[in-house]
Structures are given as C-alpha cells and as structure tokens.
Ligand binder design. Structure first.
Ligand SMILES: [Cu+2]
Length: 244
C-alpha cells in the first residue's frame, strides 16, 4: 500500500467510494443529532411528575443537546485536522511565517461561549425559582425524620388532621402542595425521591425545607442518598400519591 493513503475495511473490499474525513464527520454529527432529538422528544412526551421535576428535566435537555452537538463538532474538527494536516511526504513543513493571532476568530470564540453561559445561567436561575421557592401556605406539611436506618413521617393534612409518626410510607393526594421539613436524630442522611429529581440533605442540628406538588398518581420510592452506616441500603420508604 502506498504510504499516506488510508483505507478502511469497507473501502478495501470495494463496498463503497471513499468518503472525505469532513463529510464522514458531518454524517456522524447528523446521525448523533437525530438520536438526541429522538431521546429529547421521548423525554418531553412524559408528563412532569412535579413542577420541579419538569423544570429540572427541561434544563437538563436545554444543556445536554447543545453540549453534545458542540462536543461532536469539536471532535469532528479535530479528526478532520488530524487527517488533513498529518505529516506525510511533501507535507512535512509548516508555513514560513506561522499565523499566531486572529482578532475575528478570538472575538468569536470569546463572545459565543459568553452568550451560551448567559443563556444557561438565566435558564438555571429560572429553574431554581421553581424548585427552591418553598410555598408559604402548603396543603400538607410533612416532618420527615431520619434515623439509622429508617424514615418516619409526621403529616399535617389540610383540615388540620394529623397523622404520625408513620414509618416507611406516607400518602398525599394528587395536586396537593406538600412542604417537607427534614430532621435527623443521629448522623447525616439524604432524602431522595429519584423519580422527582428531588434530593435534600437531612442533617442533625438543622432543619432543611423543600417542597413538591404531585402531578401524577402512583407510588414513588424514597431512598437515603448519603452513606449513613452499615444498613444504609435498607433505608427505603414509599410516597403514595392517591388520585382521590
Ligand atoms: Cu441514611
């Protein structure tokens, strides 16, 4: 084989015409963007389980899709440059006076990332307003108590009725705004409802607060997400969201 000529397996057996590096990269980019669009479409077809979960997921895809697209573009450009400017007979020296500055290019690669950061920053703060604004007048207030190794719940319902302490599970109705107050009687734990994208530290000596509004009925798993000792794995509970 002649030095400097690259051939892939498909081309070697005459399966198709050789494709240029740039063209091959563009095809790969298009395929990946197609897959990403499909995944994002699927995700958005799912109804939000809570306002916070919906907002967090929107932010996730707002960042993920352009980030992967930019990543693929950069990798494609690197692959193109590696192939086009590789050392080979007749192409072993650079230009006599190498270019070291390009004002237009430098302006572009400063301003474009700055715009991206502003867009992501504004979107992130909008998401935080939804996830971290604790409602003043919740329908239900739940005091969540963590201990090695179980959860218990003291629940105050809208009519003032009170239930607790309930171990291992609590129930709220669809559409109710639920305020959560977290306390630990021993070590650091973390209250996680992964379906809701909700995770909050439960630490001794300080009461953290959070909230959710259940938009879809069902049973949701609660886990401890902070290693808290030998039986950490068994520190599970269930949130029931009833439709009536
Ligand atoms: Cu724990």
């Amino acid at each position: 084989m002649k030095y400097g000529k690259t051939t892939n397996a498909l081309e070697a057996i005459g399966f198709r015409q050789p494709m240029s590096g740039l063209r091959r990269s563009s095809v790969l980019t298009a395929v990946l963007l197609g897959i990403l669009n499909f995944v994002a479409g699927k995700a958005q077809a799912q109804p939000a389980l809570t306002p916070g979960q919906g907002a967090t997921e929107q932010l996730f895809y707002l960042v993920l899709v352009p980030a992967v697209a930019i990543g693929v573009l950069v990798m494609a450009l690197v692959a193109y440059a590696v192939r086009k400017f590789r050392v080979r007979p007749g192409h072993t020296t650079g230009p006599a006076v190498a270019k070291t500055h390009d004002r237009k290019l430098e302006t572009a690669w400063t301003i474009i990332p700055a715009i991206i950061l502003v867009v992501v920053g504004v979107a992130a703060f909008q998401t935080l307003v939804i996830t971290d604004t604790i409602p003043q007048n919740p329908d239900v207030t739940v005091i969540v108590t963590a201990r090695q190794w179980s959860w218990s719940f003291n629940v105050t319902y809208p009519n003032g009725s009170y239930s607790g302490p309930q171990s291992g599970a609590f129930t709220v109705k669809l559409g109710q705004v639920v305020k959560l107050l977290f306390e630990s009687v021993d070590v650091a734990h973390s209250f996680s409802v992964s379906a809701y994208g909700l995770k909050i530290d439960v630490i001794p000596g300080h009461v953290n607060q959070y909230w959710f509004k259940a938009l879809v009925a069902g049973n949701y798993e609660i886990h401890c997400a902070e290693f808290c000792g030998l039986n950490h794995y068994s520190m599970v509970a269930t949130l029931h969201v009833s439709s009536a």
